[in-house]
Design a protein around this ligand. Structure first.
Ligand SMILES: [Cu+2]
Length: 374
């Protein structure tokens, strides 16, 4: 706040000085009107163009050198490599073209600066030149767009081939819930109108749908490595966006409809923790955390890398913290974890059963025990 105020004061003082200089200039009687640029002004502006050129090249190189490490590590999904390749080729073309065109632009600005007695050349058109500067961008852009469309179509080809694992991602202000189809890998019907908080049916599953019985609802997303996952996204309230940066995946979650995304994780959490980029990032982050902890700032325990699902639509005041941990593990570890989770029937529907069977005295104790399990 103090810095902002100081800055505001400095800017205002600068404006005041500038205005006073103008008043001073206007009060002088002059023979020559010097608001028109002369040769020396034009030359200085020409040099300033070169200075600006050096500045933009410099800041580009500086940004890449300093912030390159902020980029994501290698992709952890099958399609991620294609996606990254498309991005890097686009980057390379943009940097190549920008480097050349900016140099030409600024050089010609300097070369053909205004000079007393020099007249601009009248140059109507040149078909060959126009053809060249039209056809090159057309070919390059058409190539990039076609390649992009091809990649996009491949990524968005969501099908049931190769026995994909079906997972629902449920978004609400401000958290994520995941649901697995259970033994049959089929998600039961669900609708926000069926949400029954009192009965802990938080996702609005249809209790009359047999497919819902073995559904598993969790707050931590586990995925088996090497198996295709078909995500089905729902939102309870506003637009959210399921963003899994390490897998190069993002899809909007729209109230009233189911959106989809599909990818195959290729790197387990354990393997990714050994990735040199990740090791470096963890080291840097923990150095900052250690420093903050030493200064007595709370919540600065050492951090360990984990994949993450983030919300990427500004959906409200706690949007910044709308996230869920993702763990990619081997098929055996995944199956073991899944087997330990309670099904929808075991958690929610048990209450109804208990109510019915409670009428029989003998069954009472046993069922109460089951029912008390969260
Ligand atoms: Cu959100």
């Amino acid at each position: 706040m103090t810095a902002l105020l100081t800055l505001t004061v400095l800017v205002l003082v600068a404006i005041a000085i500038w205005q006073m200089t103008k008043i001073f200039e206007l009060s002088q009687t002059r023979t020559e009107y010097d608001e028109i640029a002369n040769d020396s002004d034009n030359k200085n502006n020409g040099y300033l163009l070169f200075a600006f050129l050096i500045f933009i090249y410099g800041i580009t190189i500086f940004s890449f050198a300093k912030y390159y490490k902020m980029l994501l590590p290698e992709a952890a999904s099958e399609h991620g490599a294609d996606y990254d390749q498309l991005m890097w080729v686009s980057f390379a073309i943009i940097f190549f073209v920008q480097t050349i065109t900016q140099a030409l632009l600024h050089y010609f600005g300097y070369k053909y600066r205004g000079q007393k007695g020099r007249k601009a050349l009248f140059f109507a058109d040149n078909d060959r030149l126009e053809f060249i500067w039209t056809i090159i961008p057309v070919i390059v852009l058409a190539g990039l767009i076609l390649w992009g469309l091809y990649t996009w179509t491949n990524i968005m080809d969501i099908n049931e081939d190769d026995d994909p694992l079906v997972v629902e991602l449920y978004a609400q202000q401000f958290n994520w819930t995941a649901r697995y189809g259970g033994d049959d890998n089929v998600l039961g019907e669900a609708n926000v109108r069926l949400i029954d908080i009192a009965n802990a049916n938080v996702l609005g599953l249809d209790e009359s749908d047999p497919n819902a019985e073995d559904d598993i609802i969790v707050k931590e997303l586990h995925l088996p490595v090497g198996r295709k996952v078909n995500f089905k996204m729902r939102s309870q309230d506003v637009l959210h966006s399921a963003y899994m940066p390490h897998f190069r995946a993002q899809m909007n979650c729209v109230p009233g409809m189911i959106t989809q995304f599909s990818f195959t994780p290729t790197v387990t959490t354990e393997e990714m923790r050994l990735n040199p980029d990740v090791v470096d990032k963890v080291k840097r982050t923990n150095a900052i955390r250690a420093q903050k902890a030493a200064e007595g700032i709370p919540n600065n325990d050492p951090w360990e890398f984990d994949y993450i699902l983030l919300c990427n639509k500004i959906c409200g005041k706690s949007h910044y913290n709308m996230q869920m941990k993702i763990i990619v593990e081997t098929e055996e570890e995944f199956n073991k974890w899944l087997a330990e989770q309670k099904t929808f029937k075991e958690t929610v529907m048990v209450d109804d059963t208990e109510q019915v069977l409670n009428l029989e005295d003998d069954a009472d104790i046993e069922l109460s025990e089951t029912a008390s399990v969260e």
